[in-house]
Design a protein around this ligand. Structure first.
Ligand code: SAM
Length: 285
């Protein structure tokens, strides 16, 4: 059964009386080369967690590695379809769950008993950011996260300082992971086609964060404040985020060789770390 064939997808939809939900981001992938690239980038060790199997096209590719696959799907109408499309695989478990309401740590313990797990998914675009940030912030024993996302999201996460795409989510992702854009995928590679182009993003979890900071909370508060108002200088942004006067903040920034007049989006992770540590040292919180 070739789930990358639009004719097969349409036949299955007719057979099961299935209608595609835009609200749940149901755009199914049709390109087998891209599916192979996702599986390759996932480099599965102990098992893989998939978010949103849909009709099971990626699930099948993942299952063919012989490793354990656990797929979380919110839409119960897909379960009879998945029973049919994944019939021949005994290494796949499909769970009816909303990924945003799932205790993933517990799920990983129950299903993979502490193994190093990859996440692979063609993500529903309406919840891309909460899924990615949820996965990387909760310090799970993950090996990597390989996801199909809107092209702009992949560009933002891989952006370099000073580029217009660079933002708080870039810093968050680059702090915990090494992100890489694997390939771009045109809208026509999905059924039904979405309105935007997509990209496969591979994020390898770092064994240690990219920079050392004394307090992660302060670090992320600095980052959040620095990007909160993009037109303002770093000094003005930080003043809105922290309770200290401009003079004190200026002195602290100058003391660590960072110009108070610079824009936050020019700073790299090292510089954000320096600011956070200096703030902590001076009791600016
Ligand atoms: N993996 C399939 C593929 O590549 O063709 C389907 C991908 S489709 C873009 C997104 C899938 O995520 C759909 O099956 C949708 O029902 C499911 N989904 C949407 N919201 C979800 C949620 N909150 N939790 C789990 N699955 C969700």
């Amino acid at each position: 059964m070739d789930l990358t064939s639009p004719r097969v997808i349409k036949d299955i939809a007719t057979r099961f009386g299935f209608t595609f939900s835009k609200g749940l981001g149901q755009n199914f992938l049709l390109d087998s080369t891209v599916l192979d690239k996702i599986v390759e980038a996932a480099d599965i060790e102990d098992g893989v967690l998939e978010v949103g199997p849909g009709f099971g096209v990626l699930t099948k590719h993942l299952a063919q590695t012989g490793k354990k696959v656990v797929s979380v799907e919110i839409d119960r109408r897909l379960f009879p379809v998945l029973d049919y499309t994944l019939e021949e695989y005994d290494n796949v478990t499909v769970l009816e769950k909303d990924i945003l309401k799932t205790d993933i740590k517990k799920l990983l313990e129950e299903e993979f008993q502490g193994g190093r797990v990859s996440v692979a998914a063609n993500l529903p675009y309406y919840i891309t950011t909460p899924i990615i940030t949820g996965l990387i912030e909760s310090k799970l024993p993950l090996k990597n996260i390989v996801v199909m996302v809107q092209k702009e999201v992949a560009q933002r996460i891989c952006a370099k300082p000073g580029k217009k795409d660079y933002g708080a989510i870039t810093v968050l992702c680059q702090y915990y992971t090494e992100p890489e854009m694997v390939c771009t995928v045109p809208a026509g590679s999905f059924y039904p086609p979405p309105k935007v182009d997509s990209a496969v993003l591979a994020m390898r979890m770092r064994p240690e964060p990219a920079v050392k900071v004394k307090d992660e909370k302060v670090f992320f508060r600095v980052v959040k404040s620095a990007f909160a108002q993009r037109r303002k200088t770093l000094l003005n942004c930080l003043q809105s985020g922290f309770s200290a006067d401009k003079e004190t903040l200026s002195k602290v920034l100058e003391g660590i060789d960072i110009s108070p007049q610079i824009r936050g989006e020019k700073l790299g992770l090292e510089e954000f770390a320096k600011i956070a540590d200096a703030f902590l040292e001076r009791g600016i919180v």
